[in-house]
Write a new protein. Structure first.
Length: 248
């Protein structure tokens, strides 16, 4: 637990996580009716959230105060959890646990700061040149293996909503989704691709075309230029390959 911009002062265990897709105010009302008492939020909070599209409820247990410490955090993700203090780090809202030994095992967490390197051990992502040649799906998949986050997304099992959509996904859907999410860099870049409900999201996170940050990080595409037609076609091809593979 951490106040914005301050030290971490307490830890807790996550007992359960519920994820909701909200289509109307009624959906939010339902969540409030069922969990409102435990959420302990005032009316202003619910007023603010009435048009929310997604909701994540995290049930916590076993809260403990700890000696205050800082967590390195450069993005705007709401949750970055530290389990056994300083030993494990959950990156982003999904349950990917980063152990210090992951780097030794060849699993890194790449960031782009002029060049692409691991946030934790500093090693370089050595495929920058290859990625600029826009390699085929199998090659990209292989290249993503050392990237813990992407590799996990490429292999994780689809949720049941995404699974149901799998046979209906066509090229045009993928194109549209890419234009909408990464055609140009949106103000909320990094948050435009959900984690649930569509196999295209999984493919985007896995293949590094979920946001403009990832396109820059892995494919060397500058954030401030609109996505070019040949790249749009390229990423559509990659995602369609993923979809085909998942359909088998
Ligand atoms: Zn590393
Ligand atoms: Zn991304």
């Amino acid at each position: 637990m951490q106040e914005v911009g301050k030290n971490v002062t307490a830890t807790f265990k996550v007992k359960d996580v519920l994820f909701f897709e909200c289509h109307s105010e009624a959906d939010i009302d339902k969540i409030r009716a069922q969990y409102g008492k435990d959420i302990c939020a005032d009316d202003d909070f619910w007023e603010l959230k009435k048009n929310a599209k997604y909701a994540t409820l995290i049930f916590v247990a076993d809260p403990k105060t700890v000696e205050p410490f800082k967590v390195y955090k450069s993005d705007r993700s709401a949750f970055k959890t530290v389990n056994s203090v300083k030993e494990e780090l959950v990156i982003n809202r999904r349950t990917i646990i980063k152990h210090p030994r992951d780097c030794e095992r060849g699993k890194h967490y790449f960031v782009f700061e002029g060049h692409t390197h691991c946030r934790f051990c500093g090693c370089a992502f050595t495929y920058e040149e290859t990625m600029r040649t826009r390699p085929d799906y199998q090659t990209v998949k292989r290249i993503m293996r050392p990237s813990m986050w992407n590799d996990e997304w490429l292999h994780v099992e689809l949720d049941h909503v995404a699974k149901a959509k799998l046979p209906q996904i066509g090229r045009q859907d993928v194109r549209k989704r890419l234009i909408k999410s990464v055609g140009v860099c949106p103000a909320d870049d990094g948050r435009q691709t959900p984690y649930y409900g569509n196999p295209v999201y999984y493919a985007q996170h896995g293949l590094g075309c979920c946001c403009r940050k990832c396109l820059e990080k892995f494919y060397g595409i500058p954030k401030d230029v609109p996505l070019l037609e040949h790249d749009l076609e390229y990423f559509t091809d990659l995602i369609m390959e993923y979809i085909r593979e998942r359909c088998i």
